[in-house]
Write a protein that binds this ligand. Structure first.
Ligand code: SAM
Length: 877
């Protein structure tokens, strides 16, 4: 008989410390995977690390005998027992019971202390601490193996010398597999989306393949001859990405540097701007050209004039450094001056030519309103243009804002890219842009931006050839085998470096688009994906790839360099493209996963933005990942209206697909461990004290239960940021929940709705009291209360889980007993006719008599019931 110790995550977690570390992580950039490549709604590493660790280690109540056989531990427990008994002499527990409880508590505290250290960002690569965590995981594993030594599949499933591997079938930005790898597990990541698969390759697969190897570039090679050094982890790989990235920059500058002229500060400029005096005669490097989109004025008197749609005239709002654009009107003409200081009419300068929310502006020349419909009409007729408003240049100590000049405006126009991404915008990317005539990804970039991106992309191919040559020269083996075959020779290495360089192009695309705008408060360029959509922007900032400030190529190289350096690169990692509906990779693995959240993020639609740039560069390296023109969409598990046409169809697709995907996890995962599943809320779903009732959440919970899981714990996590850091003690709700799930037992009792409500009423108050005694912040209580509720609810077999298995003709000899129908060993309690939808609830005689009745409970009723249970839970809380 298999025996599995309860895991720490099923009992307790130091939640506040995990939440605080997770929230803090959002403001950390250097070396964080979020700076390797953008992915939407990444889980914080701190939460991922803590959850996987607590999922892998036993709860101390499982090994009190071991604890009490350790003299110092026993002494500590006895002392604490004496203290408690003195305080409460009438305690009903026996001495032995109390001693065991205390020993477990003290041990839990020790594990908590370890987790509290483990989640700190500073300790991400603290080898000593990670070793300690890994040793705890091994100890628990060996205990499990010992307990299951006589299991029929012991040699396969309980090998005391080999930890089970980890798998995340919705790996996305890779936080969970990365943390599993950091904790010493072999990490498998899969995702439907090729961009996510590549991100995971870059994070967990490639670094260990080349770990410990020195860089191959000639400069490092000659330095190595003079001062030999060792290269640990992926440092050598990182160094080559930096070197060849710099080579690309120099080469690109040779080819297209003329498109980014410097600006000379003349005496004439100083007359109007005395602050420019220190720069006279100098040529300043431009950081960005700031543009406003234009349309023809709707005022017939100015019909031939392109007027600006400027959502602000402020360039810098930094206290003491305020700078703004002042339009100068001269009859039918206008120009922009840049002024330093607080504008006399601050409100006007702040709002530019905008009148109100949305696309409502005024004509700069005549004051006539320009409404949204008119702008859309102009956009769709391709009459939308742009006008430069200002230039930002690199000063001695900070930014210098200058008025536009002819040379700058011309160089922006005088280029023709040799390629552009003609893919149509689809789904989430179409929310706003097509309304203004932007239909393809090429429309999101200026000619100069397209030229820069294609130049850098083309250079990656050349860099790969160069790297291979240098690798061979440095003594690497040249087996000619590609990276996709897990080779590690010169060819594969060159391709690996090429992959990171392609990510740098993607990072640049995010900052070098028409959607990127200038942040006057931070004085930096905002990226395209400030949120999980592509919004229309009215002012945009065109970055200079060759400057030394915000948005330049070398800065992007540096971000990627730092990330590679920080990857654990220890145990093996494998990243594969697989559909979670049908994947077979989870077999006997530890599962922690973060599936898509109903209709929250259209990953496949959004990631086309990056795919179109990656494909030309990497399709020869990973042909299978790039065999479609765009990211595959139809199997993506999101409840999107645009793909499924109606709300019920979208909900059904999500419910069925998620159930199937979770069922695969329930069946395949290593049965000695619980499965942990994240669910994150949209902001709108987390109204305070709402109990988080929403279609997405209910559908998701329904899928978890229908997949055959029992929820054995739920942990509210405050892992998302809206506009500010969510600190401990603030009145902000948890933004995601981690469900701890176990496969429901075959012998789970079957109950009716009435019975279930009775059970909930009887058991919930005690379960909630226990919860309140735990370390849950009061504000999180309503959400956390779902846990005990679900724990009770999901312990029972629901007809819902029978429905799929047994839908079919029910006439026949098996279904004899009308009051207690047994089908393949399960008792049937109710059914619905799938033809006429009439309920039979419990009347199995009717079912038996009518061969058309099928068991089809999967749909509405269980969900309604689940809702009732949730409501009841919240009520009790
Ligand atoms: C919430 S994200 C995972 C985020 C990840 N945990 C992180 O930290 O970045 C969900 C992922 O599920 C993937 N996905 C959606 N449908 C899928 C399917 N049918 N099979 C596999 N992956 C799918 C999406 O591409 C997305 O990357």
């Amino acid at each position: 008989m298999a025996s599995f110790p309860k895991k720490l995550i099923e009992v307790a977690l130091p939640l506040s410390e995990i939440n605080a570390a997770s929230s803090r992580e959002k403001s950390i950039r250097h070396g964080h995977p979020s700076t390797l490549h953008l992915w939407w709604a990444r889980r914080p590493l701190a939460a991922a690390r803590a959850v996987i660790f607590a999922q892998m280690v036993d709860d101390p109540s499982e090994y009190v005998d071991v604890l009490l056989s350790d003299p110092p531990k026993k002494r500590a427990a006895s002392a604490e027992m004496k203290r408690r008994k003195a305080k409460d002499p009438n305690s009903s527990s026996s001495d032995q019971q109390l001693l065991e409880e205390i020993a477990a508590e003290l041990e839990r505290e020790r594990l908590f202390d370890l987790i509290k250290e483990l989640v700190k960002w500073e300790n991400t690569n603290n080898a000593k601490l990670l070793e300690q965590a890994n040793a705890e995981i091994w100890q628990s594993w060996r205990r499990t193996c010992a307990q299951n030594a006589d299991h029929p599949r012991a040699s396969e499933l309980f090998d005391r010398n080999k930890l089970p591997a980890f798998h995340d079938p919705f790996a996305g930005g890779g936080a969970l597999p990365l943390e599993a790898q950091r904790l010493g597990l072999e990490a498998h990541a899969s995702d439907l989306n090729p961009v996510a698969v590549l991100i995971n390759k870059a994070m967990i697969e490639i670094p260990p393949m080349f770990a410990g190897q020195p860089p191959v570039n000639p400069m490092s090679q000659s330095e190595q001859m003079i001062v030999p050094r060792t290269w640990s982890g992926a440092q050598g790989l990182a160094e080559d990405v930096r070197y060849y990235g710099e080579w690309m920059r120099d080469e690109a500058h040779r080819r297209i540097g003329h498109l980014y002229p410097k600006i000379e500060i003349t005496q004439e400029m100083v007359q109007e701007r005395p602050d420019l005096e220190p720069y006279v005669g100098q040529e300043l490097t431009i950081i960005a050209w700031l543009w406003a989109r234009t349309v023809k004025s709707p005022n017939p008197a100015y019909r031939d004039i392109d007027v600006p749609l400027a959502y602000t005239f402020m360039l810098s709002t930094k206290k003491g450094k305020e700078t703004y654009v002042e339009p100068v009107i001269n009859g039918k003409e206008y120009s922009f001056k840049v002024k330093v200081g607080v504008p006399p009419d601050l409100e006007r300068a702040k709002r530019g030519t905008k009148l109100s929310r949305g696309a409502n502006f005024e004509c700069l020349l005549s004051g006539v309103p320009i409404d949204g419909d008119y702008i859309k009409q102009e956009g769709q007729a391709h009459r939308m243009g742009s006008r430069m408003m200002a230039i930002v240049a690199e000063g001695h100590r900070g930014r210098v804002y200058l008025m536009p000049e002819g040379r700058s405006e011309n160089s922006a126009q005088e280029t023709n890219p040799n390629w552009k991404p003609e893919n149509s915008l689809v789904g989430k990317c179409r929310d706003q842009l097509p309304l203004y005539g932007m239909e393809t990804f090429a429309d999101l970039f200026t000619s100069r931006q397209l030229t820069a991106l294609t130049t850098f992309s083309d250079l990656i191919g050349e860099a790969i050839v160069r790297i291979k040559h240098d690798a061979i020269a440095s003594g690497r083996e040249d087996d000619g085998q590609p990276l996709r075959d897990n080779a590690t020779g010169a060819t594969a290495y060159a391709q690996a470096v090429g992959l990171y360089l392609a990510f740098v192009v993607d990072k640049c695309a995010d900052y070098w688009s028409l959607i990127s705008s200038w942040s006057a408060s931070r004085q930096t360029i905002r990226n395209t994906f400030g949120r999980q959509a592509i919004p229309m922007t009215w002012n945009y900032a065109e970055a200079n790839p060759f400057c030394g400030s915000t948005g330049n190529w070398l800065a992007m190289i540096k971000w990627v360099f730092k990330c590679i350096n920080a990857f654990p690169s220890t145990t093996r990692g494998i990243s594969t493209q697989a559909d979670a509906h049908s994947q077979g990779l989870s077999n006997a693995k530890i599962i922690s996963t973060d599936p898509p959240y109903y209709d929250n993020i259209g990953y496949a639609d959004l990631s086309d933005f990056f795919y179109v740039w990656l494909r030309p560069v990497l399709k020869s390296v990973f042909p299978e990942l790039f065999n479609t023109l765009a990211v595959p969409k139809s199997a993506e598990l999101v409840a999107t209206l645009h793909r499924h046409k109606s709300k019920p169809a979208a909900e059904k697709f999500f419910m069925d697909g998620m159930t199937e995907a979770l069922e695969r996890l329930a069946k395949q995962s290593h049965f000695g461990y619980p499965v942990t599943v994240y669910y994150a809320y949209k902001q709108a779903e987390t109204k305070e004290n709402s109990g988080m009732s929403s279609t997405g959440w209910e559908t998701f919970l329904g899928a978890v239960i229908n997949a055959g899981f029992t929820v054995t714990g739920t942990w509210p996590m405050r892992t998302e940021l809206s506009n500010r850091m969510v600190g401990m003690g603030t009145n902000a709700l948890a933004s995601s929940v981690v469900l701890v799930c176990q496969l429901r037992s075959h012998s789970a009792p079957i109950v009716t709705r009435r019975e279930m409500l009775k059970i909930l009423r009887a058991k919930l108050p005690k379960a909630l009291l226990l919860l309140q005694a735990g370390n849950i912040a009061p504000v999180d209580l309503a959400q956390a209360a779902i846990g005990p509720g679900m724990k009770i609810y999901s312990r029972y077999a629901w007809s819902a889980s029978l429905s799929e298995k047994y839908s079919g003709d029910l006439s026949g000899p098996t279904y004899r007993n009308p009051s207690n129908m047994i089908i393949n060993g399960d008792r049937l309690t109710s059914a619905t006719c799938i033809n006429c939808s009439s309920g039979t609830s419990g009347d199995s005689r009717k079912i038996r008599k009518n061969p058309k009745f099928h068991i089809a409970l999967l749909g509405r009723q269980p969900k309604k019931f689940l809702l009732a249970c949730l409501a009841l839970t919240v009520l009790f809380a």
